[in-house]
Design a binder for this molecule. Structure first.
Ligand SMILES: Nc1nc2c(ncn2[C@@H]2O[C@H](COP(=O)(O)OP(=O)(O)OP(=O)(O)O)[C@@H](O)[C@H]2O)c(=O)[nH]1
Ligand SMILES: [Mg+2]
Length: 241
């Protein structure tokens, strides 16, 4: 039987995490979830510890790290955790309901015949709800810019609702990624593409967070634009494959 893992990274998500886990296990009851919490000041991890003990025994796992180390490194830690335990399919999503759990079965269906499935806001049927003009422009512009520079066909390169076959993560050498910030998503998809894996986008409607603080800033965005050029110059296509 195919073993599925969903990684959810949290930092101050106490208002979202219990409901999110409830919705995930309601749509896909037979999977495992790993929550990676960076010692959230709001103690999100306490809620997860309790649920893992009382309600989702053997299905929910918590990795608690010492402090805020960033989303990219959280996913790398989660990928390694999933690879070690031989999950066949490993996906990640945000905890703030921007990524609606109702789409998860579609990811699991599509991953049967693909190597990476991406939730896409910028293909037919996809979209964004609750974003202002500036945020939309940054996200769409960032994807278009990355697509042109890197020569990818993928429309949504910055989204974090993604599902990998384990062999992709084993191949792209997740411990040696160059980006940790906003361009992390661009890099994992780019390396997947360079290794000749099959990528599929499925439409999602992305909803902006309602509970909790937004962390996006122009500084993060500019750093990401520069990083895409670095990726183009430094990440090389493997010779074999
Ligand atoms: N473990 C961990 N999780 C993080 C960290 N930063 C963000 N997250 C989580 O990563 C997911 C995405 O972060 P968000 O803050 O929603 O980022 P965003 O969607 O770009 O921005 P907003 O929703 O506008 O705040 C959420 O589940 C966060 O709780 C971090 O440093 N460590
Ligand atoms: Mg968010």
């Amino acid at each position: 039987m195919t073993k599925h893992l969903i990684i959810v990274a949290t930092y101050n998500e106490k208002g979202n995490i219990e409901k999110l886990l409830g919705e995930i296990f309601a749509v896909v009851p037979d999977i495992n979830v790993l929550v990676i919490d960076d010692n959230s000041p709001d103690k999100t991890y306490e809620i997860v510890e309790e649920l893992a003990h009382d309600k989702y025994n053997d299905k929910l796992f918590l990795m608690k790290r010492a402090g805020k180390l960033g989303l990219g490194t959280a996913y790398i830690a989660g990928f390694n955790w999933g690879i070690e335990r031989q999950y066949d399919v490993i996906m990640h999503m945000d905890a703030d309901f921007s990524h609606n759990p109702r789409y998860i079965p579609e990811f699991f269906e599509a991953i049967k015949t693909n190597d990476l499935v991406l939730g896409s806001r910028y293909i037919k049927g996809g979209g964004v709800v609750n974003w202002g003009f500036k945020r939309k422009l940054m996200s769409m512009g960032g994807s278009l810019y990355s697509r042109i520079i890197l020569g990818l066909k993928t429309r949504d390169l910055t989204g974090g609702f993604k599902c990998f076959r384990r062999k992709v993560l084993e191949t792209i050498d997740v411990n040696n990624l160059k980006s940790t910030g906003y361009s992390f998503q661009v890099e994992t998809t780019y390396k997947t593409f360079l290794n000749g894996f099959k990528i599929k986008e499925i439409p999602i409607i992305f909803e902006d967070r309602i509970i909790g603080q937004s962390k996006m800033s122009s500084g993060i965005f500019v750093e990401a634009l520069l990083m895409v050029i670095k990726l183009k110059l430094s990440v090389k296509k493997p010779k074999l494959r």
